[in-house]
Design a protein around this ligand. Structure first.
Ligand code: G4P
Ligand code: NA
Ligand code: NA
Length: 192
């Protein structure tokens, strides 16, 4: 996606250890025009998948998620993150380990929002190791629904998430794919 790639080039800041800071348009300040284009792009990619819900995780997945849901004309659900839970009867719970933050969160979705037989599109801002995407997929499957696809805004292709998700049989569509973040430089997949 050209516009997104340009944003990454112009505004992305490469931090140590392969982390890309995108606080000016995705993770802190958000660019609504870009979000709208992201929604349109995912709509075009997944138009044939008969999506009934979009599922993301708070907080940075919500903006691309809501614009995608708007384009597909379905609701958006965002999984909540919490440290630990007591009452879990009415919610699906999965553990998600973050390598970036070195912590485990429990992510939860109320059972009433995903029905058996639904076709759920998972959307997230970043794909690194795939922990968040797998956690969301397990929630969809716990509900007896199907993962119709996984839409990612920025994929860090040098981390194993994409391959693991493909190996598990999921369809993964990433709007930009980053091959490396070495020497403070962003190299996209397909570039030398
Ligand atoms: P994974 O889900 O693919 O395994 O990724 P990981 O655990 O490494 O990611 C943990 C958090 O860090 C996620 O946000 C993810 O979106 C974010 N993240 C991973 N790599 C990068 C990166 O290079 N740049 C930026 N900006 N974020 C990255 P989160 O904890 O869910 O936070 P948020 O959604 O509230 O922002
Ligand atoms: Na994030
Ligand atoms: Na995220």
């Amino acid at each position: 996606m050209k516009l997104l790639k340009q944003k990454v080039i112009n505004e992305g800041i490469v931090l140590a250890k392969g982390v890309l800071k995108v606080d000016s348009f995705l993770n802190h300040q958000m660019d609504p025009f870009l979000m709208r284009e992201i929604g349109r792009e995912f709509k075009a990619l997944f138009a044939e998948e008969k999506i009934t819900k979009v599922l993301t995780i708070e907080s940075s997945g919500i903006a691309p998620g809501i614009m995608t849901a708007l384009e597909l004309e379905v609701p958006l659900i965002f999984a909540r993150k919490q440290k630990s839970l007591t009452l879990t009867e009415d919610i699906y719970v999965e553990k998600v380990y973050s390598f970036t933050k070195r912590e485990t969160n429990e992510i939860t979705v109320s059972k009433k929002f995903i029905a058996p037989g639904e076709r759920v599109l998972i959307v997230d801002d970043f794909l690194a190791n795939g922990e968040a995407a797998f956690g969301l997929a397990r929630i969809v499957e716990q509900a007896g629904a199907a993962v119709a696809g996984i839409g990612i805004v920025i994929e860090k292709s040098f981390q194993p998430g994409r391959d693991l998700l493909l190996k598990a049989g999921y369809r993964v569509e990433s709007l930009v794919r980053i091959a490396s973040l070495e020497d403070e430089r962003v190299v996209f997949v397909g570039e030398v």
